[in-house]
Design a protein around this ligand. Structure first.
Ligand SMILES: Nc1ncnc2c1ncn2[C@@H]1O[C@H](COP(=O)(O)OP(=O)(O)OP(=O)(O)O)[C@@H](O)[C@H]1O
Ligand SMILES: [Mg+2]
Length: 216
């Protein structure tokens, strides 16, 4: 069992001549904790989540899952690790516009290798939990911003990922829906998952087990 996600000497820049977004970063994210990532707009919160989510490759340094280095793996293997172990809530939801809400959640479940019957059961339950079951058959273009954001949460949670990464997941939500989302983070962490959330919502930082400020 992986005890921590460890960053060592981690650096990232988008282009060779650009200034680094971060460098010489060291941090250990503990299992079973909610970590909030905070910092000014443009500070690099989303970038750090993309690197943690194996969508961007660090320019330097390493990411370890326990003793096991995930940097330097092939694109194919990183895609496989992502589908199997990482749930990601994107800052702008990033739903598939051609699929219904239910279809979006089901797709993530099926890609992670779940059987269709289990995928549908879990997806339906999550849509109920996030109070969007009545929009199950609607496409993203027919949803409000907050509904899309809640469906993005369902999409990330449906495969019950070891690692849950969420980028401003409550930006479009009212207090009640925001509470449901943060309760879901707490529950996921209490089940022993890694939960890392970039947020501007300072009113909820007391719900995180640790707060990390970027630039670190
Ligand atoms: N694809 C890209 N290519 C080059 N630079 C980029 C790219 N994406 C983001 N950046 C730059 O990297 C920096 C960090 O961006 P990032 O999106 O990580 O910030 P953030 O902390 O998430 O900001 P916000 O709070 O506004 O979401 C910014 O200066 C941004 O303009
Ligand atoms: Mg961002």
């Amino acid at each position: 069992m992986i005890e921590a996600i460890v960053l060592e000497q981690l650096a990232f820049r988008y282009r060779p001549n650009d200034a680094p977004i971060f460098e010489a970063l060291h941090h250990s994210f503990p299992r079973g904790a909610v970590t909030a990532i905070v910092g000014a707009s443009g500070a690099g919160k989303s970038t750090l989540l993309y690197v943690l989510g194996l969508m961007l490759t660090p320019t330097h340094g390493s990411i370890r899952w326990g003793e096991w280095s995930v940097t330097g793996r092939s694109d194919r293997e990183r895609s496989r690790l992502r589908a199997a172990h990482i749930g990601f809530v994107f800052q702008d939801s990033l739903l598939d516009l051609g699929r219904s809400a239910l279809g979006n959640v089901m797709e993530a479940a099926l890609l992670s290798g779940l059987d269709r019957r289990i995928a549908e059961k879990r997806a339906t339950r999550l849509l109920q939990r996030f109070d969007v079951a009545h929009r199950a058959n609607h496409r993203p273009g027919e949803l409000s911003g907050g509904q899309a954001q809640r469906i993005a949460m369902c999409r990330a949670l449906v495969k019950e990922p070891e690692i849950l990464l969420a980028d401003e997941p409550t930006g479009n939500l009212d207090t009640d829906s925001g509470d449901v989302v943060w309760n879901a983070f707490r529950a996921a962490a209490d089940q022993g998952r890694f939960v890392i959330v970039a947020t501007h919502d300072t009113s909820r930082l007391h719900l995180a087990d640790e707060v990390v400020r970027v630039p670190m």
